[in-house]
Design a protein around this ligand. Structure first.
Ligand code: DLL
Length: 438
């Protein structure tokens, strides 16, 4: 059987080996981080020295780092090397106020690239593949991150970037693209272009793997993608602060995303008490970089919610597995006093075959009460149905939604293609309540 490992030594390290490596690298990281103004101050205030790190339990002595800390450290508060050693920066969109800036040394780029190659290889990508990268290049890490990883692996990379749907489809056909990197909501939107061009992505292309990530998406959405394209849709997790895509990635067993523990320490904590949670319990993902030179980050609170699956994976990798991301702590909506994550709505909707691929949650106030309306794009098949049938379907959807979110939302069916959709991360919620945010 063909070797499935890009880096056999690291990927097959047993738990004890991994933890010994983590301890050694954590000590180095604390040392390196201490050169950055933010940590120098924090460590000296709290009397922390690298020598105190004797085992992984000592991680708990170290302070958390938040997004707010990164913002307040703008631009160089977290820089741990000389500026002349920095070869690239990425930044968050920074729609409100200061962006979050992440600096990379040459070594950082090499490490990140190698990790992405490892992810892709694990998913089954090989040098004979044609890799069409449909994610934005530039400050967003999705484009360049996967580009270098796929190139290092030896695949032929088509650096398309995001958007220009007709051209994407033409290239998929003309160059025999076998692997594409794409935002999941955009992959569903792109089906409309395939349809308009009379091309069946399943029968008329050579696509076999879609790498999807950068936004929360449910298992039901993955099923739709796999069914429509006839591919393995592999989930890729990452965030700019941790370099970008490739922090955790699924193996073909599809039972969680292996978080690369030679490069990060993964903790799941209770977002309120900040106490670590055991495997199997959902909480906030907290990550410590173990290989980063220019900008090491310690116990970074990602705000992403997930759990680590208990037990080991049959693929042989001891690197712990993250569940699908449930959403971010700041995605949680409080509606009529109930906590709701948009992904819960998606999970319900996507089970109904008749429902189209796009939806939007609208929140407003009706007198003193919150009101939630779920707008759902109809599938072409649904449009041909009579009024009575549509009413019956609406009732069924409302009933299922109530079962999941515990109150009764309004459900509107709208024409295909009328909800906002683009090539970037999907907009799922518009909150028009006083004080609400979109
Ligand atoms: O989205 C990096 C990336 C690019 C990941 C391409 C995967 C593929 P940011 O723009 O900094 O970086 O956004 C990071 O996106 O904290 C999560 O909330 C969300 N996210 C990323 N991947 C997933 C995923 C990139 N697979 C933020 N599932 C993260 C759910 C994801 N949410």
């Amino acid at each position: 059987m063909e070797d499935r490992f890009w880096d056999r030594k690291i990927e097959l390290l047993p738990r004890e080996g991994l933890e010994a490596l983590q301890t050694e690298r954590l000590r180095e990281t604390v040392q390196k981080a201490g050169r950055a103004p933010f940590y120098r101050k924090a460590f000296s205030q709290q009397g922390i020295t690298p020598e105190q790190i004797k085992g992984l339990d000592d991680l708990r002595r170290l302070p958390f780092t938040t997004k707010q800390d990164l913002r307040s450290g703008f631009p160089d508060g977290f820089l741990a090397v000389d500026r002349s050693d920095v070869v690239r920066m990425h930044a968050s969109s920074g729609t409100t106020g200061r962006p979050i800036v992440v600096y990379h040394s040459r070594g950082d780029i090499r490490q990140w690239t190698d990790r992405v190659a490892r992810c892709l290889y694990m998913a089954g990508v090989r040098r004979s593949d044609v890799f069409q990268n449909m994610m934005g290049y530039g400050l967003f890490t999705g484009g360049l991150g996967l580009h270098y990883g796929a190139e290092t692996l030896g695949a032929m990379v088509i650096p398309m970037g995001a958007g220009n749907s007709r051209r994407q489809v033409r290239f998929i056909q003309q160059f025999g693209t076998t692997v594409a990197h794409i935002i999941p909501s955009y992959s569903l939107k792109l089906l409309e272009t395939f349809d308009a061009m009379g091309i069946d992505p399943k029968k008329d292309t050579r696509l076999r793997i879609l790498v999807v990530g950068a936004e929360p998406h449910s298992e039901e959405v993955r099923n739709r993608i796999e069914e429509a394209y006839g591919v393995f849709a592999v989930n890729c997790y990452g965030l700019s602060e941790m370099s970008g895509p490739g922090v955790a990635f699924e193996c073909p067993r599809k039972n969680g995303l292996h978080a690369w523990e030679d490069s990060y320490i993964l903790e799941i904590v209770d977002p309120d008490t900040l106490e670590p949670l055991p495997d199997g319990e959902t909480g906030e993902i907290v990550l410590t970089t173990l290989r980063r030179e220019a900008m090491p980050l310690i116990r970074y609170r990602t705000r992403d919610l997930a759990m680590a699956h208990p037990g080991t994976c049959s693929c042989g990798r001891a690197h712990r597995r993250l569940s699908r991301i449930k959403g971010r702590t700041d995605d949680m909506l409080i509606i009529k006093g109930v906590n709701v994550y948009p992904i819960q709505v998606e999970q319900v909707l996507m089970v109904f075959e008749e429902v189209g691929n796009n939806y939007l949650i609208l929140l407003d106030r009706e007198g003193p009460a919150d009101r939630m309306t779920v707008r759902i794009e109809m599938s072409p098949e649904m449009r041909s149905r009579g009024r009575g049938e549509l009413e019956a379907l609406r009732k069924k959807i409302i009933h299922s939604l109530r079962g999941e979110i515990l109150f009764t939302p309004k459900v509107d069916f709208v024409e295909p293609g009328t909800l906002p959709a683009g090539e970037g991360k999907a907009l799922r919620v518009i909150d028009n309540r006083p004080g609400g945010e979109t």
